[in-house]
Write a protein that binds this ligand. Structure first.
Ligand SMILES: Cc1cc2nc3c(=O)[nH]c(=O)nc-3n(C[C@H](O)[C@H](O)[C@H](O)COP(=O)(O)O)c2cc1C
Length: 239
């Protein structure tokens, strides 16, 4: 078993208003107590990890918070290298993680603004972190993980991320969503697979336009379609 990380990075106003997510970055002591309380309740052989931003308004307390999380018994930490105030505005301050990485004994994972293989290498170099977490980059470029793996093995990564390979992933997602069994749908909390597909495929395609012109063309075709089956047909006809 693995306990998903305890999140201290969420910038959503509704979450922060109730003193959740990044709002807690104003209270390092509370973060410490929370991590410690979770750690004490979870079997010792189950890792407990946390994720934070650099701070709420400023990164001043980042190191203190990170050290508190380690002292509370966490076995790993991920830092989104921006403050709550900075939201998702580039750049991510990867270089700020290097000092924190140096001060911790638990593994530190770097997060924020990795969209390409080049970003990955720059982030690793600046942060000195072994591992990275990728959010939006992995959505807009689903083969990014494979590209990174190839580049780690000194293979040509540029041949991996092309539109036919990306389209295959989209098609497979659409087919699986529409043929999901009732039991699986229940398991995944998929109340309405058709609606889910319509919404997600449009959202996903729009994100893919960042890297692929073909995604923009396909998005224009399906953006007003209201039937999940016709979206799937359109995807299947696409190449
Ligand atoms: C649509 C979306 C949903 C997210 N949901 C969560 C979440 O549930 N918990 C969390 O800690 N971070 C969440 N994040 C933040 C990401 O984990 C990540 O920290 C952030 O996107 C920055 O990384 P990126 O620049 O690679 O996208 C979410 C981000 C996005 C865009």
């Amino acid at each position: 078993m693995y306990v998903d990380y305890i999140p201290f990075g969420c910038p959503a106003k509704t979450v922060n208003r109730h003193k959740g997510g990044a709002a807690l970055l104003k209270e390092p002591e509370t973060i410490y107590k929370l991590v410690q309380a979770v750690r004490q309740q979870i079997p010792a052989d189950t890792p407990v990890t946390a994720k934070m931003r650099l701070g709420y308004d400023s990164p001043e307390k980042a190191l203190e918070i990170a050290q508190g999380i380690e002292a509370a018994g966490a076995s790993g930490l991920t830092i989104h290298a921006r403050t709550r105030k900075e939201g998702y505005r580039p750049p991510a301050h990867w270089e700020r993680l290097a000092e924190i990485r140096e001060a911790l004994t638990i593994p530190l994972t770097a997060n924020g603004e990795i969209w390409t293989v080049e970003d990955y290498h720059k982030c690793r170099e600046a942060s000195n972190c072994e591992d990275v977490m990728i959010g939006r980059g992995a959505v807009s470029r689903p083969l990014l993980g494979c590209e990174i793996k190839a580049s780690q093995n000194n293979k040509d990564h540029t041949v991996i991320d092309n539109w036919p390979n990306t389209l295959k992933i989209l098609k497979s997602f659409a087919e699986q969503t529409l043929t999901v069994s009732e039991g699986e749908a229940h398991l995944y909390g998929l109340m309405n697979p058709e609606r889910y597909l319509k919404d997600r495929i449009k959202q996903w395609l729009r994100m893919m336009t960042k890297g692929h012109q073909e995604a923009a063309e396909l998005f224009n075709i399906i953006k007003r379609q209201t039937c999940a089956q016709s979206i799937l047909t359109e995807l299947q006809a696409s190449s």
